[in-house]
Design a protein around this ligand. Structure first.
Ligand code: UGA
Length: 484
């Protein structure tokens, strides 16, 4: 099918490249001419695993082209609207970019168009789109409006497109439903191979949920809000674990083994970030207010999340007392691994708070440093996690990148000024770090202080201290006792 995608951001570009990969002719458009130029020269405006090769292959095959919005709207039989819906001051979604695309479609398109709303929008936006397209219809345009929410996660968006948990189609006409089935046909029948896996996971039937547009729009906001609620919930339980001396990993395993709850999204930490959960949660609260529904539950979810950064900084202060003049190594800046996205990233919030207390930050992230530099130019950006750790008073783990999972602790022990790891993502265990003399503080687990170990190689030989078992707290000197 001849398909157009308007908006070449994280969602639009991934959707366009994946639709081309499953055999459609795709025109991808953006208002940002600089971005189009970059894409046409084979460069991506952001990092997303597997997307660059997918774009290059489909441009080379002629199935994917980058064009102006006017050309995309003129030529696409199905038009996916994937433009941004950023938050307004009051938390509501700004729909002006969607309105503008609708007006251009109404004013310039001829014949039939399937207008597909993919951007995350408040319930009843499809109704508004329909009215708007009718009002501004200049030349007998025939159209249907469909809501087709996206569930792509940054960092695994390509895989999510090819192996969705479900496809939701909100449509009011059989013609629209049948066109949507044609578009997603190759995904619904499960591809033998996809660009991510050499052998795809076992085929299961992908639920196709066909409903009215209002219900489809609600599925999106309700899904993201539910996942955000799950994270805030496990973060509360993690607080209880710390206070009571329990282990959140075991508690989460115990909770999540109930199939009604499930294991995923029960990782505690420094809170959720990114451009989806924080803004979608706020927007859903505003939608509730507009509809006269009490969504105070979601306001609490947001409050709990906002406290996470504050609590993490309090942990750093509890260990280091005064932060003025201290050097802190920050590992990870992106809001999650496998992306360069730092929008609403908890790491940036935490770094800002630590710098306000007078700490000096030496940071490393495998992909997000360029974007972080625009937000926090005063940070010292380093070429490796080891460089960041030089003379640090503590290493802070703020994004769980795979490359941080097995560092060379012996080398790090020599590089740092003080052997302390404060882990906001629970990547390690006290047991693993103890032989190298590191104190380990994480989320939702009792802090077992380790015996102090000398900091120079020479001293290390003389002071062969016994290594603490993770199950029995060693005797510690008064100066090493955690502060109340
Ligand atoms: C989220 C949804 O998962 C997608 O389904 C949706 O399509 C997308 O938003 C969107 O609306 O566009 P994304 O924001 O890319 O995707 O990332 P997630 O993997 O959902 O993580 C969001 C945040 O929650 C991250 O900061 C992550 O660190 C945090 N998180 C996640 C936790 O703190 N704990 C967990 O157990 C899981």
């Amino acid at each position: 099918m001849q398909i157009s995608v308007v908006g070449a951001g994280y969602v639009g570009l991934t959707t366009a490249a994946c639709l081309a990969e499953i055999g459609h002719q795709v025109l991808c458009a953006d208002n940002d001419l600089g971005k189009l130029e970059k894409l046409n020269s084979g460069r991506l405006p952001f990092y997303e695993p597997h997307l660059d090769s997918l774009v290059q292959a489909n441009v080379a095959s002629g199935r994917l082209r980058f064009v102006s919005p006017a050309e995309a709207i003129e030529k696409g039989r199905a038009i996916f609207i994937c433009v941004g819906t950023p938050p307004l001051e009051n938390g509501e979604a700004d729909l002006s970019a969607i309105e503008s695309v609708a007006r251009t479609i109404a004013a310039t398109a001829r014949g039939y168009r399937l207008v597909i709303e993919k951007s995350t929008v408040p319930v009843q936006t499809a109704n508004r789109l329909w009215k708007h397209l009718s009002i501004y219809n200049a030349s007998g345009l025939e159209f249907d409006v469909v809501s087709n929410p996206e569930f792509l996660r940054e960092g695994s968006a390509v895989g999510d497109f090819f192996h969705p948990d479900r496809i939701v189609i909100g449509a009011e006409s059989p013609r629209a439903v049948s066109m949507m089935k044609e578009i997603y046909g190759p995904v619904l029948t499960s591809p033998a191979t996809c660009p991510v896996h050499s052998h795809c996971p076992p085929v299961h039937e992908i639920p196709l949920i066909v409903t009215d547009t209002n219900s489809a729009e609600l599925v999106k906001h309700a899904s993201n809000s539910f996942l955000a609620m799950k994270i805030s919930f496990i973060n509360l339980v993690a607080d209880a674990c710390e206070a009571a001396g329990a282990d959140i990993a075991k508690v989460a395993e115990g909770i999540g083994s109930d199939q009604r709850i499930g294991q995923s999204f029960l990782n505690p930490g420094i809170g959720f970030g990114g451009f989806c959960f924080p803004k979608d949660l706020q927007a859903f609260v505003r939608i509730g207010e507009r509809l006269g529904c009490d969504f105070s539950l979601l306001k609490e979810v947001e409050k709990i999340n906002l406290r996470r950064a504050e609590q993490f900084v309090a942990k750093v202060k509890k260990e280091l007392w005064v932060l003025r003049g201290k050097t802190l190594a920050v590992w990870g800046l992106a809001f999650k691994p496998d992306t360069d996205d730092v929008r609403f990233a908890p790491a940036l919030n935490i770094a800002t708070r630590l710098m306000a207390e007078g700490a000096h930050i030496r940071a490393y992230d495998p992909q997000a440093m360029q974007r972080a530099k625009d937000e926090l130019p005063e940070v010292t950006y380093c070429l490796s996690p080891y460089e960041a750790a030089q003379n640090a008073d503590a290493i802070l783990i703020l994004t769980e990148w795979a490359e941080f999972r097995h560092p060379d602790w012996a080398n790090l022990a020599k590089a740092v000024a003080h052997r302390l790891v404060i882990d906001g993502r629970n990547l390690y265990s006290a047991h693993e770090l103890a032989p190298h003399g590191f104190q380990y503080v994480c989320v939702g687990k009792p802090h077992v202080p380790q015996l102090p170990v000398a900091t120079s190689a020479k001293e290390l030989v003389v002071s062969q201290v016994p290594v603490a078992s993770p199950l029995s707290a060693p005797t510690v000197s008064a100066s090493m006792q955690p502060q109340p």
